[in-house]
Design a protein around this ligand. Sequence first.
Ligand SMILES: *[C@@H]1O[C@H](CO)[C@@H](O)[C@H](O)[C@H]1NC(C)=O
Ligand SMILES: *[C@@H]1O[C@H](CO)[C@@H](O)[C@H](O)[C@H]1NC(C)=O
Ligand SMILES: *[C@@H]1O[C@H](CO)[C@@H](O)[C@H](O)[C@H]1NC(C)=O
Ligand SMILES: *[C@@H]1O[C@H](CO)[C@@H](O)[C@H](O)[C@H]1NC(C)=O
Ligand SMILES: *[C@@H]1O[C@H](CO)[C@@H](O)[C@H](O)[C@H]1NC(C)=O
Length: 777
Amino acid sequence: MSSSLLTPNVLCGLMLAYALTVLCTPDCTPRKSVPYESSHFKVFRKEGIWNYSSMLMREDLGLLIVGAREAIYALDIKNISFVQAEVRWQVTQAKQDECTYKGKHPDIDCRNYIRTLHQISEDVMYVCGTNAFNPICDTLVYADGQLKLEGKQEEGKGKCPFDPSQRYSSVVVDGDLYSATVLNFLGSEPVILRSSQTVLRTESSWLNEPNFVYMDVVPESMDSPEGDDDKIYIFFSENAVEYDFYNKLIVSRVAQVCKGDRGGQRTLQRRWTSFLKASLECPVSGNILPFVVQDVFQVRDSNWRNSVFYAIFTSQSASNYKSSAVCAYSVLDINEVFSHGKYKTPVTVEASHVKWIMYTGDPPVPRPGACINNAARDSKIQSSLDLPDKTLQFIRDRPLMDDIVKPLTGEPLLVRRGISFTRIVVDCAVALDGKRYPVMFIGTDNGFVQKAVNYNGEMHIIEELQLFKSPEAISVLRLSSSTFQLFAGTASGVVQIPLADCSRYSSCLDCVLARDPYCAWDLRARHCTTFSSQMKDVDFLQSLKEGNASRCPDPVPVMPKNRTLVLGNNVKLPCQQDSSLAQVNWQFDEKPLNPSSKKYSIYNDGLVIYNASASDAGRYTCESVEHVVSRQYHRTLAVYELRLVSDEGDKDRILVGIVTKKPHTSTAVPNVYPGSPQHLNTESSWVAMKVALAVVSVMMAALLMWNLYMGHLQLQMCCRQQHKLPSHCDSATCALHQDTASNSTEPQAELYLSAKSNHRNGNNVGSLKYTMDESEI
Ligand SMILES: *[C@@H]1O[C@H](CO)[C@@H](O)[C@H](O)[C@H]1NC(C)=O
Ligand SMILES: *[C@@H]1O[C@H](CO)[C@@H](O)[C@H](O)[C@H]1NC(C)=O
Ligand SMILES: *[C@@H]1O[C@H](CO)[C@@H](O)[C@H](O)[C@H]1NC(C)=O
Ligand SMILES: *[C@@H]1O[C@H](CO)[C@@H](O)[C@H](O)[C@H]1NC(C)=O
Ligand SMILES: *[C@@H]1O[C@H](CO)[C@@H](O)[C@H](O)[C@H]1NC(C)=O
């Protein structure tokens, strides 16, 4: 079904095995934070339709099938704004009434949320919906540009959740649907089910209030010397039974079942004989409670032994402050725990209390929970139906392993504090060096996607992108490697973005230090470009692991910009950083500016000099220093020549402005040059204006201070904070502050206007008073 995903991913999954993990301390900051820009994204949302929660990639048809509330859409994979076909699937009034009668909300619960979408064959898809707490399934065909539900409604219990807000997972393997969800209305009967000729399910005692997040198949029968079977792995969290804990403790699990399982003959009839579960560990230092698995993605390799599961976890604690982590697990490590690990066994202590401890005896033969392999077949066990009762009874009572599945690198690949991860997909990027690098795309609960890589154990978040304007949780992420696209769904819509937008990197240094495996600097065309393997590497620059930008051509020197200084005013000198990892350094006349001085505020986007005086005139240089691996890259971003108004050039400019615009000179005054008689004649008005300028400046400065003191002080603090924590500050409030600051960016222009009108009116005081009153209102 997903043949495109099974294409060889040579070494991509394996690379991590060689990694030593060094966590970014104390936290990983994305190098770039890209705010919401609706114009740049391709968006799909339909008026009145919500909860775009399931997706099926049909690269063969060039379609993305999206399941929402009571509707299914076939969208053009190149541009999801373009709807190829749609079909509505609404609940009947009777079903809605029945659901409402049972105490559910008519408009929230008692609707049909499309949750399951699978491809069965080339033409046929399988789709299930919650159908007002009464799940049903149907087949869906796409033919002649139309989506059609065939109306062969099937029971959906155990295949699709009743409750639309409940997590669940399913996968189709060889035409059989494997699903992990609940069997009843109350949600109290969890099940891992195979809907096939022989329906198989779990015993209810095997699962303890689980929250299923993911399941997938691993073709372990391929080149297996033991004649092993394919496995389906199920990832979930559940209440722990193995710890003595004062409170409910949630642990993460991975479970297995064998594809060829047919259940037991007497014991475990129509139940899995191969169900085993183990704890999944993702140790985050400084946390006592284990993190809880939220989503998983399998990075497949042509040799299944090199396949890797990437899992995201979030902290479990009473506080709202969430942390998140990514851990990767080798399929081989999981296999090892199930096929050679020790079991846990329940022991009753103190009358009714049950403790789970390691089983120390010899387990029966064949090994409980193992798939039927060559050794079993040799002893006349052809299928699970032939398994002896001893083996089956053992596994019925002891499905939990004592051994724990540990992450590939021993530690998380990524930890972020204050953020909740919700979904993950991983793409393998072929880089300039010919190697494959796993690139993680992680959705968050506030509408962002984080794009991250791990180079030799060093975690690096290339960028975070705000895909949705409102902070809503990303509930589905899908990848199309062949079309180079990522799709994200939330309650309100679907957004499509390319896996990389290299044009965001404006310079060679920016492009190389981004360490984005999809992007390389084109030395000839002098721009950052999406790298493809056909390109000759002599013409391109990329340095992923080292972040070595020494081969970048010398940057074009930055031209100094002239700025006018007005005594007593605040001056803002803009300087846009292109990396959040870089440090801003300002220099004044070649000497480092003291950042702790009260005279200055250094922001992400510039420098503000308060109450400028004559001694502030001079050359200001804004430099970024980016620390990559063990090197520092310095870059001059902006240079300003700040000059006092009374400098010859500026004085003349203002003079020219005033004189030529004076109404009574409109008749015969030619161009005015310095030293001309007109210049001398206007000297007295120049002095008057200078006085006016000074008065206005002082008043404006006072007003600004007053404003800051009265109400905007907090905004300022927010932005100061933002300097350190760019993702936590509301950009709207910061923009507000920037407006306040930018009033002082070009003070000369504003003052020039009021000076002009004063000149015309000849009533300086009245005019100033008026201005002040207006500001005070
Ligand atoms: C995508 O399709 C929509 C609707 O057909 C169209 O308005 C939009 O311009 C397209 N966007 C791009 C980038 O092609
Ligand atoms: C469906 O969307 C609505 C509207 O955004 C949201 O309030 C609700 O939580 C969503 N329900 C589910 C089950 O995702
Ligand atoms: C960085 O790259 C340059 C040019 O390829 C090379 O000469 C230099 O040794 C590299 N530096 C490090 C520390 O690897
Ligand atoms: C800045 O002022 C200097 C001296 O007045 C002048 O030579 C230069 O051209 C000006 N630069 C710009 C960019 O206007
Ligand atoms: C601005 O600086 C001058 C001296 O340079 C000082 O006398 C004045 O009090 C300052 N004004 C404010 C508002 O800080």
